[in-house]
Design a protein around this ligand. Structure first.
Ligand code: PLP
Length: 427
């Protein structure tokens, strides 16, 4: 293990974010559990990184992958590929976007890159509105618009970005506002910003619930209100559903549906769980936006038959087993249980989230400041107890993120909550 860590450090970039003081080498998984090379079993409350959407080693996905790999692994977008077309048809139908077209990529970063390219081409403008504290990926373009400074390692950007309030509401001058007041303040901020913008703005891109930012949600309807302002300027709304898609929030299939008053976004981007760990990302857009590029293009690996077969099998399983409903039920129980546990802990500022997308924000009891040290200690203690979780947070890593596979059982939710309780109490 240590040997592998040394070898990792010798050949991998230093800026790769590796969890744990003694990093874990994962060897296999089953259901909601994974095993380390030292034989230890862990309950996976991070679901890969929200990537293992249904379950580890789901037989239906494994079978689809191996059968497809036995036929043809790669085809590229130069040729027809049945699983790709079938998955595109299903995603287009599920998206809620009229006259939808789907472009597959291999990651969320690339999906957002493509969405920004399309938006700027369609609008002939290179200004973007993004949310403060947002995260949209690690390419030059997506890093450039990412609002969360901890995840934006360069101040250079090919796009001009304007940052609007709305993603985080539990801190600063907005903290005491009601939902309606908060929405009105954010809309005023957007209006003011657009009024002062020099030149045209192509799109607003936003995560319905900020993921890396620590699972902060705006009031339902904020993006519908934003949309009315955007429509006055012809600006497109891109909903980054990389974390919120596929029913994870329990109540809705997509995060944008919590804001649905004025209908679907112009574009949505997706990734993470659709392939149950296989690399699939993509963009859905109305045909008129999707067809904005005026030169030919290909994707060598986007839409690759093996990943598409995984996506089809995974999506079928998700829908047939109503995992969105399971996320709502089991996630609801889990969040209640965690709230009960955390009510007695002065270092917990808030337990929040929807479905199986739950955040626990830790603060220093005296000052109320984000408690990075406690968060790091809970991460380690939970691992000791046999539980893997994720981290995030606005401005600083102060939020524990819990995103288990959507097939989580009540017993597993109880098991995870008990380990977490011990870890929180030990810190
Ligand atoms: N958008 C959001 C909201 C994300 O959370 C992430 C990754 O965490 C990305 C985009 C980038 O996706 P990927 O890591 O697949 O490139």
């Amino acid at each position: 293990m240590t040997d592998l860590y040394d070898r990792h450090r010798a050949v991998m970039p230093e800026w790769l974010n590796l969890y744990y003081q003694q990093p874990i080498e994962l060897t296999h998984g089953e259901g909601r559990y994974v095993w380390g090379a030292d034989g230890r079993k862990y309950l996976d409350f991070f679901g890969g990184i929200l990537t293992t959407m249904t379950a580890h080693a789901l037989p239906e996905v494994t079978k689809a992958v191996s059968e497809q790999a036995g036929r043809i692994i790669h085809s590229s977008t130069l040729y027809l590929n049945r699983p790709m077309v079938e998955l595109a048809e299903r995603v287009a139908a599920l998206s809620g976007i009229p006259d939808a077209r789907v472009f597959f990529t291999t990651s969320g970063t690339e999906a957002n890159d493509a969405a920004l390219l399309l938006a700027t081409a369609h609008r002939r403008a290179n200004q973007i509105v993004a949310m403060r504290n947002s995260y949209h990926g690690r390419s030059f373009t997506t890093v450039g618009i990412t609002g969360n400074q901890s995840w934006s390692p360069t101040s250079l950007s090919p796009l001009q970005t304007l940052y609007v309030h709305g993603g985080v509401r539990n801190r600063g001058p907005y903290a005491s506002l009601s939902d309606a007041e908060f929405t009105a303040a954010c809309v005023a901020d957007l209006r003011d910003m657009l009024g002062q913008a020099r030149g045209e703005v192509a799109a607003l891109i936003a995560e319905p619930i900020q993921g890396v930012g620590g699972f902060t949600s705006p009031p339902d309807g904020l993006y519908a209100a934003f949309r009315e302002v955007l429509a006055e300027h012809g600006i497109l709304w891109i909903s980054d559903e990389v974390q919120t898609g596929w029913g994870r929030t329990g109540e809705h299939f997509w995060g944008w549906q919590a804001h649905a008053r004025s209908g679907p976004p112009d574009m949505l981007t997706f990734a993470k769980g659709i392939g149950n760990g296989m690399s699939i990302g993509g963009v859905v857009a109305r045909a008129e936006v999707m067809n904005s590029l005026d030169s030919r293009s290909i994707s060598t690996f986007g839409g690759s038959p093996v990943t598409m077969a995984a996506g089809l099998a995974n999506l079928t399983y998700l829908l047939e087993h109503d995992l969105q409903g399971n996320a709502r039920r089991v996630g609801g129980l889990l969040i209640e249980r965690l709230r009960a546990i955390c009510a007695q802990l002065p270092g917990v500022r808030e337990v929040r989230g929807r479905g199986l997308m739950i955040g626990i924000e830790l603060v220093e009891p005296g000052t109320g400041e984000p408690d990075r040290r406690a968060v790091a200690a809970v991460l380690e203690a939970a691992r000791e107890g046999g539980l893997l979780i994720g981290l995030g947070g606005a401005h600083s890593t102060s939020v524990l993120r819990l995103t288990p596979p959507l097939s989580l059982t009540v017993a597993e939710a109880e098991e995870g909550a008990a380990i977490l309780e011990q870890a929180l109490r030990s810190v």
